[in-house]
Design a binder for this molecule. Structure first.
Ligand SMILES: C[S@@+](CC[C@H](N)C(=O)[O-])C[C@H]1O[C@@H](n2cnc3c(N)ncnc32)[C@H](O)[C@@H]1O
Length: 241
C-alpha cells in the first residue's frame, strides 16, 4: 500500500492533460523544441559520463516513461528502469517493444527497492527531488552497484521548490530540489568515493565571433560564481569497495 505522497507520484500520468501524456510517450521528441534540445544534449552527457557501451549493466531509478533507459539499451547496455508509477512503466514497456529494444522496466519504490549488486552503472535523472528521503535512494543505488560502479545524478537545484510549486499543488507531487553541497554529502554518506560535480551549459557549440569566444573563455569562472543559482546539479560518484 502506497502512502498519499507516493500515490500522488504513481497516479501523476493519469491526471495530466492528453497533450502532456503524449509528451510522456514521445519524450524527448515532439514537445517544445527547447526541451527536446536540452534532453538530447543531456543524453550525450549521460552516455559520456557513465561510459555506456555493450559491456554496461545499467540501472535507472525513477525512470518515468523510460526514455533514458531505452537510450542506454541502444548503446548496447543491459538496461533496467524502475519507477513507482505503473502507468509510466506501461508506457516504457510499450515504447521499448515498439522500438524493438531489450530494455526492461519494473514498478518499484526507489526508496526501498532491494537489488543484488549486479549493476556497474546507475542513473538518477530528475527523480531524486521527488523524494524527501534522498539518502535512502542513494543507498538503494549503492547496494545495487558492484564496487567501482558509477552513479550519476542530474537534478534540479533548490529552486525546484519554487518552480515545482504549481505541480505540487495541482498533482500533489513532491518537488524538492537539492544543493550541490548537500548532494555531495549524501553521496559520501551512501558509500560513494571520488565524487565529482559537473557544470552543464548545454551549449557546446560556439561561433567565431569575438563575443562568443570571450564568453566561452569566461564561462568556467562565471559558473563558479553563479553555481548556487544554476538550475541543474550533475554529480558522479564511484561505489566504494
Ligand atoms: C520528473 S519524472 C522524471 C522521470 C524520468 N527520469 C525522465 O527523465 O523522464 C520523476 C519520476 O520519479 C518517479 N518517482 C517518484 N517517486 C518515486 C519513488 N519513490 N520510487 C520510484 N519512482 C519514483 C515518478 O513516478 C516520475 O516518473
Amino acid at each position: 500500500m502506497l502512502d498519499e505522497r507516493k500515490r500522488a507520484e504513481a497516479e501523476y500520468p493519469s491526471r495530466v492533460s492528453d497533450e502532456h501524456r503524449r509528451w510522456l510517450e514521445t519524450k524527448p521528441f515532439r514537445g517544445e523544441r527547447k526541451h527536446t534540445v536540452r534532453h538530447l544534449i543531456d543524453v550525450g552527457y549521460v552516455v559520456d559520463l557513465l561510459e555506456l557501451g555493450p559491456e554496461s549493466t545499467f540501472l535507472e531509478l525513477g525512470c518515468g516513461s523510460g526514455w533514458l533507459t531505452r537510450y542506454a539499451a541502444r548503446c548496447g547496455a543491459d538496461a533496467v528502469g524502475y519507477d513507482i508509477s505503473p502507468e509510466m512503466i506501461d508506457i516504457a514497456r510499450a515504447e521499448a517493444a515498439r522500438e524493438g529494444l531489450s530494455a526492461r522496466f519494473e514498478v518499484a519504490d526507489m526508496e526501498t527497492l532491494e537489488l543484488e549488486p549486479r549493476f556497474d552503472r546507475c542513473l538518477i535523472y530528475e527523480a531524486l527531488h521527488h523524494s524527501p528521503q534522498p539518502l535512502d535512494v542513494l543507498a538503494v543505488a549503492r547496494r545495487a552497484l558492484e564496487p567501482g560502479g558509477l552513479l550519476l545524478v542530474a537534478e534540479p537545484n533548490w529552486s525546484q521548490r519554487f518552480q515545482g510549486r504549481q505541480a505540487a499543488e495541482e498533482f500533489g507531487t513532491t518537488e524538492l530540489g537539492i544543493t550541490p553541497h548537500r548532494l555531495r554529502r549524501l553521496f559520501r554518506q551512501a558509500g560513494f568515493d571520488d565524487v565529482r560535480r559537473f557544470h552543464s551549459n548545454r551549449r557546446r557549440l560556439y561561433g567565431n565571433r569575438p563575443t562568443e569566444i570571450a564568453m566561452h573563455l569566461l564561462e568556467p569562472f562565471a559558473f563558479r560564481v553563479l553555481a548556487p543559482f544554476r538550475a541543474q546539479v550533475w554529480m558522479l560518484g564511484t561505489a566504494a569497495g
